[in-house]
Design a protein around this ligand. Sequence first.
Ligand code: IPM
Ligand code: MN
Length: 349
Amino acid sequence: MLKIAVIPGDGIGPEVVREGLKVLEAVARPTGLRYELTHYDFGGDRYLSTGEVLPAGALEELRQFDAIYLGAVGHPDVPAGIVEKGLLLAIRFGLDQYVNLRPVKLYPGVWTPIKDKGPEDIDFVVVRENTEDLYVGSGGFMHYGTPEEVATQLAVYSRKGTERIIRYAFELARKRSKQRKVTMVDKSNVLTFGHDLWVRTFAAVGEEYPDIQKDHAYVDATCMWMVKNPEWFDVIVTTNMFGDIITDLGAMIQGGMGVAASGNINPAGTSMFEPIHGSAPKYAGLNKANPLAAICAMQMLLDHVGAAEAAARVETAVTSVLASGNIPDLSAGKCPPTSEIGDMVAGAV
Ligand code: IPM
Ligand code: MN
């Protein structure tokens, strides 16, 4: 019995999650998959009514599940950072989900803004470190609100944290068995302490993988190559902040936020799957958001928990729906209604 915690969250979260669960239900029948859902109302609305983001004991409770399925967080009436840090980052850090896995894959029939590039050129995975870097929340203010104000925000990298994410990337390159290449993306020409640790760790771990090609690119150049030569990439491993930024670019070249999914993975614990897009409050409740990213996140969840056949069916269904041409524009507001896209995929599994 697969136990899934469901956190629909804010904005369009609930409606895209609904479609992901519709697809789960549809794929469970032919595959004999048995599952149990537990819904949680965590998010901006709950914070506004209770003053609390995650109640005491929530992390302990979430840890008991096989996986967590998250919609989106971010509420227009809640100051920026509260739900993001109090919910999303609290779960990522608290459950030690140290890998943020973000596939950048252009499906056939999907429009990409990159001229002359197709599905055979855009198929790589970004392995984003998910528990360190500028995200640790270390820093502060001096002389707050005065002309003399000074603010600091510390980037933190540990040898252990760096090593485990780099090792994960090498293992993934082996498992994918495509170009068998890992590109480390950093800014070691300027961040000569923190990213020097990354460079040395990459070299050391890389020695354990003689069969995998080691490649290196600065993050600014990576943005250029992702547009000019996306086919060069197989597995990218990078820091938390850079991974955040380049995966929005990655989402665009794979057809937009409507299809980009991600997994926050703790290989030895409970992982959480979510679309990369945000809560998009202006589309909330209008049945206008594209649920494909959430559906692809469900596919990643199924794959992760070992429901390989169900995951494969969902991917095949998404591929066929996209190839059918029935969703000529994937963007919110221009795509078919949220529930109809869910029906299309559920019908195709
Ligand atoms: C993402 C988001 C989050 C991040 C925010 C909402 C904290 O942008 O998942 O990419 O920065 O990781
Ligand atoms: Mn982001």
